[in-house]
Design a protein around this ligand. Structure first.
Ligand SMILES: [Zn+2]
Length: 297
């Protein structure tokens, strides 16, 4: 079975990072060295990091410095092949980043709320219902509200909608929005599997935004569940079929880092005269554990 990380995307990241020029995200130093990396290997929740990215020019630059441009001109060279006029070619505008981050954030919220089948209170906050039309398409709402409050469900989908079925409304909205927003720059290709000596089907996005949307759709398809690592806050796959036994940390390094941090804070608290009981409560452990941490202090 393919895993959710099975996305064949090679990012080309400029070593000197990126800058905004004429509202375009471009390499800071035009012809500098480029490093290749596979950002989706071992990171089933990269789309979640993207969804949580603040829509701010500097924050976007720091994301790009790690994963490259959404529309790397190298990957997007098929636009040249297709002889598109210059203004129609792919490039990273601030609006492009803003559109993808905003859409991903809204839809992730909607999807995660739809994963709680017995509790639709979160969905009720996210979706505004219009009894005649399904989801209200006309309400202009508050600018800060998630945009799917204002998204009409496609007429062909309305027949699936029953009054107050928030979960179906959410799924239909996600279906429609992903179709409209994902850039469609994903090829299906074959890849040699050295372990089994055979060719397997894999997906090869030609742009980073295509890769991020692909990973989101795979996570939905496989009903993935995530939680943040207690140390580095990176999303970890906690689905039933997830291969990680440890569900609180990414790996041993993160577990150890968090353990060192707790010991340090516990020792500090003890030196400041806090009760063992207070420290144990703070870290949700028993008093014996805290004694072990703080030693003879
Ligand atoms: Zn971690």
């Amino acid at each position: 079975m393919q895993t959710v990380t099975d996305i064949n995307y090679v990012a080309r990241v400029h070593v000197n990072g990126y800058a905004w020029r004429d509202n375009k995200l471009v390499p800071h130093v035009p012809d500098d060295e480029v490093k290749e990396r596979c950002p989706f290997d071992g990171r089933p929740g990269l789309f979640l990091e993207f969804a949580q990215l603040p829509i701010d020019r500097d924050e976007i630059l720091s994301f790009a410095a790690e994963y490259g441009q959404l529309r790397d001109p190298f990957h997007a060279r098929f636009d040249l092949v297709r002889r598109l006029p210059k203004d129609k070619r792919l490039f990273d505008s601030f609006d492009l980043w803003k559109m993808h981050i905003g859409a991903m954030r809204d839809l992730v919220a909607l999807w995660q709320a739809s994963q709680l089948p017995t509790d639709d209170t979160v969905l009720r906050d996210l979706i505004k219902w219009n009894y005649r039309e399904g989801i209200d398409p006309t309400d202009e709402g508050d600018a800060d509200m998630p945009r799917f409050n204002r998204i009409p469900v496609h007429p062909s989908c309305r027949r699936f909608l029953k009054k107050d079925d928030y979960r179906v409304a959410a799924l239909l909205t996600i279906e429609q929005e992903v179709r409209d927003t994902s850039p469609g720059s994903v090829k299906t290709v074959l890849k040699f599997d050295p372990e089994h000596k055979r060719l397997v089907k894999t997906h090869e996005p030609t742009t980073l935004d295509g890769a991020l949307w692909l990973q989101f759709t795979q996570a939905i398809d496989r009903d993935k569940r995530f939680q943040s690592c207690r140390s580095c806050r990176e999303p970890i796959d906690i689905s039933d079929d997830g291969s990680r036994v440890d569900r609180e940390y990414c790996d041993d390094a993160c577990r150890q880092r968090e353990s060192r941090r707790r010991r340090k804070v516990a020792k500090q608290m003890r030196e400041e005269g806090q009760y063992l009981r207070t420290i144990a409560k703070r870290f949700d452990v028993d008093i014996g554990t805290v004694k072990g941490w703080v030693g003879k202090v």
